[in-house]
Design a protein around this ligand. Structure first.
Ligand code: GDP
Length: 446
């Protein structure tokens, strides 16, 4: 996502580097390149127009500042305008004063609502809430059972209209007619009754926008008076996003947007247009099919990523969540003393891998855009093999890899399903790395 846009913006801005002064012609040329990059990324025309005119105006009026050279100043302006177009401040859920908070999901079929219900449920649970998912999508065959599966995976209760399938075996909660409005209302009533503090109502979508769909969504909205109506938007739909967002915005009234499928190779136009078109902020982003592929949407971090400046804050947050400081410190001490073993190496690797796919992690670093080719080579499978090789060793071998002779190498290779060459490479690289790390530690006086 955003790769080609990011490449082009970065290129347009790097061209300015090294210029002591920017002429109006320089600014116009850069603005033109940015404009083309945005249009190619499927950003809607009015949004592009507004964006470019603001950038130009600010760039031409920019005071020469002591701290930034002219090119940096333009980068700063473009960055700020991107943050703005993406919604400015990070917007959090507004919870009801008296629980339950009701969150209604709306959007086209296939946008990712049901998947999102599970992700949001899991996320809320992690924040200490007790969410309840309500299956009010009675249109799409299998949507109810899909929500139940998702809820089970997320460890979150589900209220469904079929007997024997809702929370804790309490299937007969008076849901009789399969009317989505009743289901939604009863789901909320049950949350009040059983003290769930957030209710997520999954609703039906259609393949396209139609009046009946809107009427149903509006009916559900009136029945449950949601605190948030989240419009779920597939970021892959490109220009169609504009019409869909407008229709939901007018037909149902929305308070926030959730972008899904940001892991795809969409060009990013929907993400950059939707806030401007709907006037409501993007609140969450979904970037994969798994429960954990989900996060709060931070306009500033996204802008920074688009401009190839990395998303170090998200990286730090993920590290904090998974990093075991004590273990890391113990390893650092071992490195300084030259005592690092393959066991430590394996532990470190497992810790880092808990943070997510390695390509994603590296992708958050500044300059990742330019390393795209190298990053696509980073393969979690390769790490799996390294892990398998180390696991195929005995504790004595891991503690002291020097004892790994030819026959041991053959045994390890056979046991972990790799070639002897791969075992050799790993052991050699381990010794090289160990030597290098202890030299570096020595030099840095650690
Ligand atoms: P709904 O009709 O709006 O409820 O959509 P679903 O939740 O059933 O999602 C439709 C399809 O999109 C499913 O196959 C999901 O696994 C997939 N999906 C949902 N969110 C994402 C995402 O962020 N990334 C990717 N790659 N797939 C997603």
């Amino acid at each position: 996502m955003f790769e080609s846009l990011s490449d082009r913006l970065t290129r347009a801005l790097t061209d300015l580097r090294g210029k002591g002064r920017l002429s109006d012609a320089d600014i116009d040329r850069t603005a033109r390149e940015i404009r083309l990059a945005l249009l190619d990324a499927d950003v809607s025309l009015p949004v592009v127009r507004g964006f470019i005119s603001r950038v130009k105006e600010r760039a031409k009026g920019a005071e020469v500042s002591g701290a930034l050279n002219p090119a940096q100043q333009i980068v700063k302006i473009v960055n700020e305008e991107l943050v703005d177009v993406l919604g400015g401040e990070t917007r959090r859920i507004s919870y009801a004063k008296t629980p339950p908070t009701v969150i209604m999901l709306a959007g086209l079929q296939g946008a990712g609502k049901t998947t999102l219900a599970g992700k949001l449920g899991a996320w809320l649970k992690k924040q200490g809430h007790t969410p309840l998912l309500v299956a009010a999508d009675l249109q799409r065959p299998g949507a109810v059972s899909q929500l139940q599966i998702v809820g089970e995976r997320a460890g979150v209760a589900v209220y469904a209209p079929h007997p024997g399938t809702s929370v804790g075996g309490e299937g007969e909660l008076g849901v009789s007619a399969a009317d989505p409005i009743d289901v939604a209302r009863d789901g909320v009533a049950m949350a009040e009754d059983k003290q769930y503090d957030v209710v997520i109502v999954d609703t039906a979508g259609r393949l396209g926008v139609d009046a009946e769909l809107m009427a149903q969504a509006a009916g559900i909205r009136d029945a449950v008076s949601p605190d948030e109506v989240l419009f779920v938007l597939d970021a892959m739909i490109g220009q169609d996003a504009v019409g869909t967002a407008e229709a939901f915005s007018q037909g149902v009234g929305i308070t926030g947007v959730v972008l899904t499928k940001l892991d795809g190779d969409a060009r990013g136009g929907a993400a950059l247009s939707v806030r401007d078109i709907t006037g409501v902020p993007i609140m969450f982003a979904s970037s994969g099919e798994k429960l954990e592929d989900f996060d709060v949407f931070h306009p500033d971090r996204m802008a920074s990523r688009i401009l190839g400046m990395g998303d170090v804050l998200s990286l730090i947050e993920q590290a904090e969540e998974h990093w075991d400081a004590q273990q890391a410190e113990a390893t650092a001490a071992k490195i300084t003393q030259g005592d690092l073993t393959l066991e430590d190496f394996l532990e470190q690797m497992l810790m880092i891998r808990k943070m997510g796919p390695i390509g994603n992690l590296l992708g958050m670093l500044p300059g990742a855009g330019q390393m795209k080719d190298a990053l696509s080579q980073v393969d979690d499978k390769q790490l799996d093999r390294v892990q398998a090789i180390i696991r195929g060793m005995t504790p004595a071998e891991r503690a002291d890899p020097k004892i790994i002779n030819a026959s041991r190498r053959l045994r390890i290779a056979n046991g972990s399903g790799v070639t002897v060459t791969e075992v050799n490479q790993l052991v050699d690289r381990f010794f090289d790395a160990k030597k290098m790390m202890s030299q570096m530690a020595g030099r840095m006086g650690m």
